[in-house]
Design a binder for this molecule. Structure first.
Ligand SMILES: NC(=O)c1ccc[n+]([C@@H]2O[C@H](COP(=O)([O-])OP(=O)(O)OC[C@H]3O[C@@H](n4cnc5c(N)ncnc54)[C@H](O)[C@@H]3O)[C@@H](O)[C@H]2O)c1
Ligand SMILES: O=c1ccn([C@@H]2O[C@H](COP(=O)(O)OP(=O)(O)O[C@H]3O[C@H](CO)[C@@H](O)[C@H](O)[C@H]3O)[C@@H](O)[C@H]2O)c(=O)[nH]1
Length: 441
């Protein structure tokens, strides 16, 4: 198929490279020229395992990028992979979706045949049919469902950062809500390779497809918050939460996945999606008491970790190493990373911070420029540099390389105190620390 993808960030770039890999002709339409240049040069604009080699292989042949929306006219369908951020009050901000829908509609006015528009961004029920559809239809002059007109579908994405390529190519489920049988069939054909190998194909209503995505993320975020609440209680009893939850996870109804307690959930999805769902629920007249508590527990974890450090180190005037910036390992994405909340809290309490992350330094400059020259915060190029002369250290991201830290690295610290928000796989005897304490164990 000839596929256009509007928005070439973490989702749009990943699915473009993967669809090209599956043999499709793919065009990324992106407003950021740097991203366009990178893709056309065969380079990945983000850090994501398996992405760089796919882009390198297909750029210039089956994969290309452009800032020009007119390219949609040479394609059969368009995926919208645009940001859906939150307003200050947590509610869903659709302004980017609206602006891109206008540009898409303007371009489609020049296309002779019908066109399928697929919303992949995470959006609340009604967005595809009541916001995106009418804008594209009005601007293109194509009626929804008419011959040579527009077809609409909502196809939420469940990939995770760090395993995005694998998740897209071997998903557990594919959810499609479409306004016509033809649209659903096109997507069923597109996803056939995934259905053959791993995925359940769920065909449902458009509004249901939209809500499935939020329900999925709300469920996972709630599970981590519950695990963190249980972890906090375990810690208060002097009990190892990981031992407790490992046993709990043996119950099939609960499962052993998403059972890691600690610093809490961050990233570009859970925080904004749980907030959009809470705000949406309120707009519909429902008070989401449980989801409010899920956020409250999550918000408390970074402070609890800094409090734990304060039991061993006088934070004011001290030098603290923060290990990890990305919101989880395997990605350079720092959006809503708990590591940043920890850094803010340490700086507020009068510490100086030396932070280290194996890949996220550039993304931090891009996503949160305010940290670039923030007083009291510097960055090290390696873990040793962050620990040099430190009065204490915090593990904020469970990068595998931190598992290998041993006495030779910790000897550089002024005081060998490590508090761990992620339960890295460190060997206490090899590490020879004076203090090693976990947040929930
Ligand atoms: N990141 C994830 O793990 C993930 C997973 C599943 C779903 N989602 C959802 O997918 C959507 C996209 O997420 P993302 O992480 O890829 O976002 P992103 O911010 O990484 O990428 C979005 C891209 O769209 C571009 N853009 C903005 N306005 C544009 C316009 N008018 N025309 C063309 N391009 C434009 C931006 O420059 C950016 O490169 C969101 O709704 C998100 O919730 C994200
Ligand atoms: O047991 C766990 C599992 C996760 N986390 C944290 O939860 C956050 C989210 O982790 P994860 O879900 O692995 O990463 P994302 O890439 O944000 O993926 C989520 O958000 C995406 C965007 O919507 C969805 O597509 C995915 O299905 C959904 O898992 C991270 O901060 C993790 O550190 C924990 O603290 N404990």
């Amino acid at each position: 198929m000839h596929i256009s993808i509007v928005g070439s960030g973490y989702v749009g770039t990943t699915i473009a490279a993967c669809l090209a890999d599956l043999g499709h002709e793919v065009t990324n339409i992106e407003i950021d020229e740097t991203i366009v240049e990178k893709i056309n040069a065969g380079e990945a604009p983000i850090h994501e395992p398996g992405l760089e080699e796919r882009i390198a292989e297909h750029a210039g042949t089956r994969l290309r990028a452009t800032t020009d929306y007119d390219a949609v006219c040479d394609t059969d369908l368009t995926f919208l992979c645009l940001p859906t951020p939150q307003h200050d009050d947590g509610s869903l901000d659709l302004s980017i979706m609206q602006a891109a829908s206008e540009s898409l509609g303007d371009a489609l006015a020049a296309k002779a045949g019908s066109h399928l528009v697929v919303v992949k961004s995470t959006v609340l029920p009604g967005t595809t049919t009541d916001v995106v559809g009418p804008i594209v239809s009005e601007r293109s002059g194509k009626a929804i469902g008419a011959p040579d007109g527009l077809e609409l579908a909502m196809n939420p994405e469940f990939l995770r950062m760090g395993t995005a390529v694998e998740d897209f190519l071997e998903p557990e489920k594919i959810v499609v809500g479409a306004t016509s049988e033809d649209a659903a069939t096109t997507l069923r054909v597109l996803y056939e390779p995934m259905v053959e190998t791993s995925a359940s194909f769920v065909e449902t209503g458009v509004r249901e497809a939209e809500l499935i995505k939020y329900a999925n993320n709300a469920f996972l975020a709630s599970k981590v918050s519950l695990v963190n609440e249980l972890g906090n209680i375990a810690k208060a009893y002097g009990v190892d939460a990981y031992e407790v939850l490992e046993a709990v996870g043996l119950d099939d109804r609960i499962s052993d996945r998403f059972m890691r307690s600690g610093l809490g959930w961050g990233g570009s999805c859970f925080p904004k999606d749980v907030n959009a769902l809470r705000a949406g629920a309120r707009q519909q007249g429902y008070e989401p008491a449980l989801l409010d508590a899920v956020v409250k527990v999550n918000d408390g974890q970074p402070r609890r970790l800094v409090d734990l450090l304060a039991q061993h180190v006088d934070i004011e005037g001290s030098q603290i190493a923060v290990l990890g910036l990305s919101f989880k390992p395997g990605t350079d994405d720092v959006r809503d990373s708990r590591a940043l909340v920890v850094i803010d809290s340490l700086l507020e309490r009068g510490a100086t911070v030396v932070a280290y992350d194996p890949v996220a330094r550039d993304a931090l400059d891009r996503q949160y420029p305010r940290y670039t020259d923030l007083e009291g915060l510097t960055f090290a190029d390696e873990v040793e540099g962050a620990l040099e002369g430190a009065d204490g250290a915090i593990v904020a991201t469970d990068w595998p390389e931190f598992d290998d830290m041993d006495a030779s690295v910790f000897e550089r610290m002024a005081h060998k105190v490590l508090v761990d928000g992620r339960r890295i796989d460190i060997e206490p005897e090899r590490a020879n620390l004076d203090v090693y304490e976990g947040l929930t164990w």
